[in-house]
Design a protein around this ligand. Structure first.
Ligand code: ADP
Length: 246
């Protein structure tokens, strides 16, 4: 078990978005989260990446690091949580005035203060890995959406996270560009990365996931192996959702 979460809740003012969620992330496995818009999927990922502060709940990592959001969390623990995961955003979120390469080196050099030459080499290797060896000196506006998202993946990998998080990584892409991004994610899954993916791509989810979790209204409604949840869902809300998107 890489991470165990118990009783995760998150409210924005009066609005309770995550309601007492228990979820575990297995080391080297892919957990996919599906569910209708507004069900809390992005908020859950953002809590994992320390972009949102949970209102309650306990995170326990395999290395013994534990965080109880029922209490005040120290700045140090907060940063430690943030460093554990790399996030790939729906809208890429690249710096527009930096090249692909600079987008990838920024975090390790500026935030992690790692040695510049080493970071440069690693970034070039990562960009080659996502198929962008020839494009590393181009700016985001010179790249297609699929290429920008592959830079986004290289950038998340560059901070050497233990956990990779993907928030609807292909939903902003034209259909013909989706495959190249999903291909990179599949490769990472095959390499044994621990990943949590929010996606509406059912076929992809079936191929890549070890477990699928279906959310609605801030709750986990159903979870299990992809074949079961996607092909033979037990819950009516899961069935209806899958019918709508398939
Ligand atoms: P999903 O990713 O499943 O579409 P989200 O996690 O983005 O769902 O959103 C869940 C709910 O939380 C929605 O009702 C959304 O409007 C609300 N929400 C998300 N972020 C904020 C925020 N920063 N402030 C207020 N409400 C928010």
């Amino acid at each position: 078990m890489y991470l165990s979460i118990k009783g995760l809740s998150k409210s924005f003012g009066e609005l309770e978005v995550l309601k007492d969620i228990d979820v575990s992330v297995e080391k080297g496995k892919v957990l996919t989260i599906m569910g209708p818009s507004g069900s809390g999927k992005t908020t859950l990922l953002r809590c994992l990446n320390a972009l949102e502060e949970p209102s309650g709940g306990v995170f326990t990592f395999e290395d013994g690091f534990s965080l109880d959001f029922g209490k005040k969390v120290s700045k140090q623990d907060w940063l430690r949580l943030r460093r554990k995961s790399g996030m790939v955003f729906q809208s890429y979120n690249l710096f527009p005035h930096k090249t692909a390469l600079e987008n990838v080196t920024e975090g390790p050099i500026i935030v992690q203060k790692r040695e510049k030459n080493q970071v440069q080499e690693m970034a070039e290797r990562l960009l080659a890995k996502v198929g962008l060896r020839d494009k590393m000196h181009l700016y985001p506006h010179q790249l297609s959406g699929g290429q920008q998202q592959r830079v986004g993946i290289a950038r998340a990998l560059a901070i050497e996270p233990e956990l990779m998080l993907f928030d609807e990584p292909t939903s902003a892409l034209d259909p013909e560009l989706i495959g190249e991004v999903l291909g990179v994610i599949k490769e990472l899954a095959n390499e044994g990365w621990t990943m949590v993916i929010v996606t509406h791509e059912v076929q992809f989810a079936e191929q890549v996931s070890d477990e699928v979790l279906f959310m609605d209204g801030g709750y986990i409604i159903e979870q299990g192996p992809p074949k079961q949840v996607l092909k033979e869902p037990k819950e009516q809300r899961t069935q209806q959702f899958l019918q709508r998107i398939l």
